[in-house]
Structures are given as C-alpha cells and as structure tokens.
Design a protein around this ligand. Structure first.
Ligand code: SRM
Ligand code: SF4
Length: 579
C-alpha cells in the first residue's frame, strides 16, 4: 500500500533515478574554478552531501552572492576536544567566523564561497567528521538526550543512538571521491545508474527522515516530532540498564501557510522493543516508509502523512512483517520537561559538566561577549568533551573539580558568566537562522528573537513574573525548524515583520500548540501577549504554566488539524492534560 496518487514522480525522484550515486556533476563543477555556483539539479544532490547552496539575502540588491551552508553529521551532538578546535578553525578560515548549533545537535558553517568549499570539506574529513546525509532524502543526524548524558543509563542510550546512526548512512562512493579524493566519481552513466544503496535502494526515501532518542522524564529531543522515536525505558531491577524502547512513528512539523493538506503532527506509539532490536526496527520503519510514501508531491511526502492516511495499525503490521518479529505493548512513560541544565553540575562518575547558554545557537564573538574565542581557549586548555544540545546550547563535560575555578575565570575574561547566564524565558528559547542565509525565510528569526525577548522580559518584570519559565520558539517560516509548534509561545514567520502567534505547548513538549492570532507585527507581539500574561498571573491554577493555562482557557476548543493534540495517550503520559 502507498499514499501515492497516480501522478508523475517529482523532479527530485527523476534526478535520483538517473544518478543513484548522488554525484551529479558536483565533481566537475568543483574542478571548474570559473563557476561560482552549482546547477539547480546539482543543488539537490549537494544536499545529500550535507551542503546547501544559498545566497546572501542582505546583498541581493547588488546581485546574487552565492554562499554555501555545510551541516555536519554529529550523532547525539558529541564532539571530542580536538574535533571542536578543528571545527572552530575551519569556520574562521573558510566560513563566516561563526559556528551555528542546530536544533538537531549539529553544527553548521555558513557563508562558505565555492572556492572555500573543497578545503572546508577536506578539513572536516581530516577532523574525522562527515557531512554525508546531514540533509537530503535520507535518515538525518540521530538525536540523543544530552543533558543527563552523564549517567550510565544515558550513556547507553547515546551508544544506541550512534549505533542506529551508523546503520542508516548511505553507502555511495561519490562523497569520498568528490570531497576527499577531489575528483568526480569515475563511473559511466550506465555504471552510475546501476548503483543501488543496500538500504535505500536506487531512489532513497520520498523525503527527509528524522530519528531521535529520549530518556524520560526529560524530552530535550522533542521526540514526538520525529519520524521515528525511541523512548528508553529503564530496567526496574537494574536502573542503569535500558530494558527496552517504546517506538514512536509519524511525527513531523513542516507545513505551508494556506495549505491545509500540510500540518504539524505528533508521533503515534507503535509498541515496545528490546535494545537489540533497534536497528532491525529502524530498517523496517525506514523501508516501510521508502515503499509507501508519496513520490509525486514533496509537500505530501513525509512519513507523517503515511501514518495519518494508512493508519498506525497498518504501519505496525508492515513493520512487524519486515522486522520478522512482533512489537510488545508500549510501557508507561512520562515526560515532565525539556531543555538544558546551565551552570556547573556533577556527573554520575564524579566529574563535572558546565551547561552554557548560546543565544539562538550562534557561537560568535561580539564586543561584550567573545563566546567563540572563550570556547576555543577553554577547549584547548581544559580539553572537555563538547556536547551540543537539541535546544541549541552546549555542555562542556568530563571536567575535574580542580578545573572548575580556572575554567570559570577564563570564560569570565571574555564576558561569559557561569551563573545567571540568561533570564528564564531566554534560557528556554530557540530560533531558526532564517535571514540572511535561509532561502525559505519569510520573516526574520535568529536576528529578531533577542529583541522580542527584551520586550517580553520587560512585560514579565512589570507583572512580577520574571522567574517563570515559558518555552518560546521562533521561525522565519512555517517549516518549523526550531520546533515552534511544540512551544508554549510560538512565533512563525508569515511575511516580513509579521508572525502567526501560536500558544499552548506544554513543559514536556508532548502537545502541539494552536494558532491564536495571524500576521501580528513584530512590535505588537508583546502587546498581544500582555493581556494573556496578566490573566495567567491572576487566574492561573497553582503552579500552572503559561502553555497549560492557554490550552485550558484561551484556546480550549481548537484542536490542530490532523493532530491529536496531546501526543502520548494520557495513560502513557499524564503530563499537562487538556481539560
Ligand atoms: Fe529545517 C529546510 C535549517 C531543523 C523542517 N531547514 C531547512 C533549510 C535547509 C532551508 C532550505 O531547505 O533551503 C534551513 C537552512 C537555514 C540556514 O540558513 O541554515 C533549515 N532546520 C534548519 C536548522 C539549522 C534550524 C535550527 O534552528 O537549528 C535545523 C537543522 C537540524 C539538523 O542539524 O539537521 C533544522 N528543520 C528542522 C526541524 C526540527 C527538527 O528536525 O527537530 C524541522 C521540523 C521537523 C520536521 O522535519 O518536520 C525542520 N527544514 C524543515 C522543513 C520542512 C519539512 C517538511 O516536512 O515540510 C524544511 C523545508 C524543506 O525541507 O523543504 C527545512
Ligand atoms: Fe528557514 Fe523556515 Fe527553517 Fe527558518 S523555519 S530555517 S526560515 S526553512
């Protein structure tokens, strides 16, 4: 069965069919120094190599200035110190001197012009990092919980995530040939067409595919927003051991304004499996999607539409048949919070980690705060492991008690505090890049959120609510890259300077929020929120969060299109019921 209508395959499908090695003419374009950019067909192949061709939108008036964005594959966001230093160096030499932590625990290098692309890619390979399948119609970087990744249990979950990540990497030799050997893949057109990836086949997946692991009660990976989620269930007899995983399928957030066929959706619970079964189940889910997704319309091609239309029972049967075993009933799970821990915390092995807030994920130097320089010096001197979080922050881990004071002092030299790093709403906020690099942005995001938070902080201070955490996320368009539909307050770009305002997510990010107002001007966002925040202060139930208050009182009837509201059935997740 499939959700595919009888219509011709999309252009991307034809491209993949014609060159399953995914090499296109990338090698030839790289070898031709007179070319400043890649062809539009090659732009599609580039994505499978972790590269996006963009142009600087701030400079469009003077003609298109082509720049590339390169995204690494960093499963679980784990970066050894030498690798971090190499990443930093590459951003200085070949990028725009910033490193961007993504909402899926990875790094992006922005502003890379074509003649710097080769050295950057080679440098990443020398640093033992790949960018393969960081984008494209394949399984992307696998996420794993980072903040508690300081216990034996969490380390086991991280290991499992890395195992799954390794199992879903495409096998094409084109990546190595173009970026490491520096030459096109030496195959005839027939030879190229004959290539078939052992997992993905000739035409890969209908669309991108996202996998995340979570360890309740923390839902830092927003696991219900993924195509495939694994929720770790500890063994009650031996709590440092993973008993197994609840399997979730069919989450995804991207939608288009005005197109009701597209919608954000939280995942369904498929069942429970043993840890040894995760790779088999991953491959079964992935191939079931490969064979049932829509390859005619890319707006309807994600796994969430397969599950929505063919049903979770059909999908479970398909997965069981492919995996060769049955899934057990899901175990109880309860997510109570998301986000990161900031400041110094002791790990279960006695060492320490430092959680650092990174505004909108951008590691850069500004006059009062030289975060990039500070991190470079700290990593070189104290050699912590760097862990990127799904909320665009980072942890410096594996440090001794004796290193704490020196490290804190070095950060302070560069204007980076360890205590009180940012206010409560800022610490729980995220924004996507949008302008000037994202070609799909309709409104500012990363550059606008800090100012909007300034005015909201003023309102909250006036109301005596400064210490209250509210999860606020912003994106420059409805694609949902900073997962705004799970936030208590979501700002979604509609047009330059205008945002749709979403309200009603919960602390454990298991519930979709709902649209409250459309096309609110940037300067009116905090004005729009003030009366609601005032009502919340005066009418809230004891300890009630803003998102729960809005869900209960402001928007009680509106249920998002195509979604069940609360992701997990209440028997599994009692977090913040809609009442
Ligand atoms: Fe995203 C496209 C940035 C996470 C849904 N995303 C893009 C592109 C590549 C724009 C493009 O296609 O030309 C953006 C590059 C901007 C730039 O200049 O850097 C972009 N997405 C990002 C990142 C960097 C945002 C961030 O704030 O960190 C995230 C990179 C994650 C990573 O390391 O892999 C990022 N994108 C997400 C997420 C969140 C998640 O996966 O947890 C989503 C929503 C979940 C989902 O997939 O449904 C997301 N991005 C999209 C979509 C909508 C897909 C859809 O189903 O409709 C697009 C558009 C597309 O694919 O056509 C998109
Ligand atoms: Fe670009 Fe839209 Fe994603 Fe923001 S949400 S990075 S504007 S695609």
């Amino acid at each position: 069965m499939s959700v595919q209508p009888s219509a011709p395959p999309s252009k991307n499908e034809v491209l993949k069919q014609n060159d399953p090695t995914l090499g296109g003419t990338l090698g030839e374009t790289m070898a031709d120094s007179t070319l400043a950019c890649f062809s539009s067909d090659d732009e599609q192949f580039l994505k499978f190599h972790g590269i996006y061709q963009q142009d600087d939108r701030d400079r469009r008036k003077t003609g298109k200035q082509y720049i590339m964005m390169i995204r690494a594959r960093i499963p679980g966001g784990l970066i050894p110190p030498d690798q971090y230093l190499a990443f930093d160096d590459l951003s200085e030499r070949y990028g725009n001197q910033t490193l961007r932590i993504t909402s899926r625990q990875s790094f992006q290098w922005h502003g890379v012009v074509k003649d710097k692309l080769g050295p950057l890619m080679k440098g990443l390979n020398d640093a033992l990092c790949t960018t393969i399948a960081a984008c494209g119609d394949v399984a992307r970087n696998v996420m794993a919980p980072s903040t508690p990744a300081m216990s034996a249990l969490a380390e086991r979950v991280l290991e499992d995530a890395r195992r799954v990540d390794a199992a879903v990497k495409p096998q094409t030799a084109a990546y190595h040939s173009i970026w490491i050997d520096g030459e096109p893949l030496k195959l005839s057109p027939e030879g190229k067409q004959a290539f078939e990836d052992p997992l993905y086949g000739k035409t890969y997946l209908p669309r991108k595919f996202k996998i995340a692991f979570a360890l309740p009660p923390l839902n830092d990976t927003d696991v219900f927003t993924n195509c495939l989620g694994f929720v770790a269930i500890p063994d009650p007899a031996e709590p440092s051991r993973v008993l197994g995983y609840n399997v979730l399928v069919g989450g995804g957030l991207g939608m288009s304004h005005g197109n009701k066929e597209t919608f954000p959706r939280t995942a369904d619970v498929l069942g429970f499996i043993a840890p040894e079964e995760i790779v088999a189940v991953t491959k079964a889910v992935l191939t079931a999607y490969r064979d049932s997704g829509d390859r005619t319309n890319r707006k309807h091609a994600r796994l969430k539409y397969v599950i929505e239309e063919l049903g979770v029972d059909w999908f479970r049967a398909e997965v069981e048949q492919r995996a060769g075993f049955k899934l057990a009933p899901a175990r109880p799970m309860d997510f109570t919070h998301q986000g990161d821990r900031f400041g110094w915390h002791q790990q279960s092995d006695g060492r320490w980690f430092l959680g650092l807030y990174v505004e909108t994920g951008r590691i850069k130097d500004v006059p009062q705060r030289q975060l990039k320089t500070a991190l470079r010096r700290v990593v070189a001197k104290f050699r912590p492991e760097v862990r990127l979080t799904p909320s665009q922050n980072l942890l410096l881990a594996g440090l001794t008690a004796a290193q704490k004071a020196g490290l804190t002092a070095l950060l302070a030299e560069h204007g980076i505090p360890v205590e009180n790093q940012a206010g409560a709403i800022r610490r729980a906020s995220m924004a996507c890049p949008s302008m000037p690099t994202c070609g799909l942005g309709l409104a500012e995001s990363e550059r606008a959120l800090p100012g909007i938070l300034d005015s909201l902080e003023t309102v909250l201070a006036e109301l005596g609510l400064s210490d209250e955490e509210i999860i606020i996320r912003m994106t420059g368009c409805p694609n949902g890259c900073a997962r705004p539909y799970m936030a208590e307050i979501g700002f979604v770009g509609k047009a330059p300077g205008k945002y749709n305002l979403y309200l009603g997510g919960n602390a454990g990010t298991t519930r979709l929020n709902r649209e409250y107002r459309a096309s609110v001007k940037t300067e009116d966002l905090s004005k729009e929120l003030r009366p609601l925040l005032t009502r919340w202060k005066n009418e809230r139930r004891s300890g009630e969060r803003f998102g729960d208050f809005c869900s209960r009182t402001v928007l009680p009837e509106q249920i998002p299109v195509g979604a069940a509201g609360d992701a997990a059935p209440t028997t599994l997740s009692p977090a913040a019921p809609l009442s």
